[in-house]
Write a new protein. Structure first.
Length: 85
């Protein structure tokens, strides 16, 4: 997984979506878990905004505790699903 400052993952749209799917949550469910709005999750997943600061750290903690490992295969599956839409 690509890492950023202080060896934390960089939360790009595909990673956010992959984590949410790994957790088996809807955008609304994840928003509730993180204490944010569904629209915020949607904006992260579409690349309109990126999680920063505390949001990024919280995603990293959730991912770590859930045993989430972002794989190249996950990205390929996301691209295939997007092309089907």
């Amino acid at each position: 997984m690509k890492r950023g400052r202080l060896d934390r993952p960089v939360w790009d749209p595909r990673r956010v979506r992959a984590l949410r799917r790994h957790l088996g949550l809807t955008q609304n469910d994840l928003a509730r878990e993180l204490g944010t709005r569904q629209q915020t999750i949607s904006e992260w997943e579409t690349g309109q905004y990126r999680p920063r600061g505390l949001s990024s750290r919280l995603l990293s903690l959730v991912a770590e505790r859930a045993g989430f490992r972002y794989q190249v295969a996950d990205a390929a599956q996301d691209r295939a699903e997007e092309s089907d839409r």
